[in-house]
Design a protein. Structure first.
Length: 163
């Protein structure tokens, strides 16, 4: 289990640290999604890697076990908003890191037009102005589940609402 005061890393770093094409792609994604640092990107890549690994392991199963496990995975990813309701394991393997990053609260606040920029969306969230349903969410990396998109709202103080 480990010591509760020493949390584990939630991400895996790239195998080779200085490949120019990967660095350029990472920098472009960090800017496009308003991430604070590459660790946030690596966390999304790790989540995607684990999902794809699970999907690949389904191809080794046969019969009823595969159908059951594939159904569980698809239902989970459907609730997360990553795939459609009648997706297959091949659709899961087609997921990209952009699909994960699009479901972040920071990106959703910006895409819904509640903030002018991705950075302003991040600031609203960190300062405690964003609610998902009745809960105040202060983590820009919060994964917005399917059905929560319409429950996102920004409650700004009176002084800023004059605009």
């Amino acid at each position: 289990m480990g010591d509760p005061k020493k949390p584990r890393k939630q991400y895996e770093t790239p195998g080779h640290p200085w490949k120019a094409d990967r660095l350029a792609e990472e920098l472009q994604l960090v800017g496009e999604y308003g991430l604070r640092n590459k660790r946030e990107l690596w966390r999304a890549e790790t989540i995607l890697r684990k999902i794809r690994e699970h999907a690949r392991s389904l191809f080794a199963l046969t019969g009823e076990a595969r159908v059951r496990e594939e159904g569980k995975l698809i239902r989970k990813l459907y609730r997360m908003g990553l795939v459609g309701e009648n997706a297959t394991a091949d659709d899961v393997l087609r997921l990209t890191v952009r699909d994960i990053l699009e479901r972040r609260l920071q990106t959703m606040v910006y895409r819904l037009g509640l903030a002018r920029t991705l950075y302003q969306a991040r600031q609203f969230i960190v300062h405690g102005h964003v609610y998902v349903g009745d809960r105040k969410v202060r983590s820009p990396s919060y994964h917005v589940m399917r059905g929560e998109e319409d429950k996102i709202r920004v409650a700004l103080p009176i002084a800023q609402k004059q605009e």
